[in-house]
Design a binder for this molecule. Structure first.
Ligand code: SAH
Ligand code: SF4
Length: 343
């Protein structure tokens, strides 16, 4: 079986060239076709000789995404279902908001963490995405954005399917290509990585000095409640998570964002707001209150309008930097936590 060439480093491609009688500069050309130009076929590599292309073609395939389906919401949000080379499917979303154009991308096929409110969590984990499968979602959505809205992509959020910190190596490699001239050359500042809170990996991110914006899916500042709705909380206590976030901040000086979905009668009381305030006040941070997107087979509802108001007012009065994030693309199930390849 042919191997996926996008899994190889530049060095490895160079070694392949040397072993196969291909001039070493060709490796740079091929690498640039693969990443900078997101080429999907060796036959398009016009500055590589036909002979060399065929040597590559015999040994490798180029991992590419196939658009399986696309839906557009009444609010302009576009959800794309991509088929992978092994027939697994993932989803990526383009969310336009004035001049802010955000790509919401997946990092895994499914997710192993089973948060009780999340559609992706019901799928279980099939596999990690490769760096190229992550990167190519960005490339595709970025092109789509220009075509459709005549605007460049401005932001990238790892808030699609999967837990990015459990696919660390490939997520980092994708970020490398998103941010360097070998790929898209976008700024780190435009990337937000959302995590359910794996303290060990948050520390690693800090040690590796990856200066992305970090969002923590908190959803409960009460240990027992959090363990109940987010099983990952059983092995990562709130205290451990907070310590790791402090560490991240101390190393990167990047403000952390806490995400908090308001679930009706679960975590939306004033006591819950109080706990949230006490938990988040230790760190220079923002709190994003998120409107829950109902998932058919799950038993949660979004909080009422009144309770949402009260919750946010309480935090505001306490001086918390809080904002409400309304759901986008609801009519096509493109909103956070609704990505589960329906059909
Ligand atoms: N696994 C990572 C990133 C993907 S989930 C994480 O959990 O952070 C992206 C965000 O969507 C998380 O904050 C998650 O808690 C939230 N989310 C999940 N299901 C949701 C739903 N039904 N409605 C609103 N947000 C949801
Ligand atoms: Fe996985 Fe995030 Fe969904 Fe939890 S919220 S199941 S971590 S994708």
């Amino acid at each position: 079986m042919k191997k996926d060439i996008t899994q190889l480093t530049k060095e490895e491609i160079k070694n392949f060239c040397l072993d196969n009688g291909i001039k070493s500069y060709v490796s740079s050309q091929v690498f640039s076709w693969l990443w900078n130009k997101s080429c999907s076929s060796f036959s398009d590599m016009s500055n590589v000789s036909l002979k060399d292309r065929s040597i590559f073609d015999k040994e490798f395939f180029i991992n590419d995404l196939i658009v399986e389906e696309e839906e557009e919401s009444t609010d302009g949000t576009i959800k794309t279902k991509f088929k992978l080379f092994d027939n697994n499917c993932i989803e990526g979303v383009l969310i336009p908001k004035n001049k802010r154009m955000t790509a919401c991308i997946s990092s895994q096929v499914g997710c192993s963490l089973s948060c009780s409110f999340c559609a992706t969590g019901t799928l279980g984990l099939t596999r990690n995405l490769t760096a190229s499968e992550i990167y190519k979602q960005v490339v595709y959505i970025s092109k789509k954005c220009l075509e459709k809205y005549d605007e460049p992509l401005t932001n990238i959020v790892f808030m699609g399917m999967g837990e990015p910190l459990l696919n660390y190596k490939n997520v980092l490699r994708s970020i490398h290509f998103i941010t360097t001239d070998e790929g898209l050359g976008m700024s780190y500042k435009r990337i937000t990585l959302s995590t359910s809170g794996i303290s060990k990996m948050i520390r690693k991110l800090a040690d590796d000095n990856v200066k992305v914006n970090l969002a923590l899916s908190l959803h409960a500042a009460n240990e027992n409640l959090r363990k109940k709705i987010m099983p990952i909380g059983k092995s990562n206590s709130l205290e451990e998570i907070r310590d790791s976030l402090k560490y991240y901040f101390s190393k990167t000086k990047k403000k952390v964002t806490y995400e908090y979905i308001l679930l009706r009668d679960v975590n939306d009381s004033i006591e819950d707001a109080q706990e949230l305030f006490l938990y988040t006040k230790h760190l220079n941070s923002k709190v994003n209150i998120i409107e829950y997107n109902q998932v058919e087979e799950l038993n949660f509802k979004k909080s009422s309008y009144e309770k949402t108001e009260k919750f946010i007012n309480y935090l505001s009065k306490k001086g918390v930097n809080v904002s409400l994030r309304r759901s986008r693309g609801k009519d096509i199930n493109a909103a956070c936590g609704q990505l589960a390849n329906k059909n």
